[in-house]
Write a protein that binds this ligand. Structure first.
Ligand code: ZN
Length: 64
């Protein structure tokens, strides 16, 4: 599964703020994600992330 910094991932579980979309801020053994809805940041291991992902959108070129 290809997930890299700058990608937007859609998770199966909805965040309390109502958004399912997260931006990838850091990649590695652990990933740092930022909620697109409220800006909340979380760290999660790659395995957990891969299990939770429903969809992946490529990098947003407009957000550099
Ligand atoms: Zn949120």
């Amino acid at each position: 599964m290809e997930i890299h910094v700058g990608y937007i991932v859609t998770l199966k579980k909805q965040h309390p703020c109502g958004s399912n979309d997260w931006k990838v801020l850091r990649e590695g053994a652990d990933f740092r994600l930022e909620c697109k809805g409220c800006g909340h940041q979380v760290m999660m291991p790659r395995r957990t992330l891969e299990k939770s992902v429903k969809g992946i959108m490529g990098p947003l070129v407009s957000e550099e």
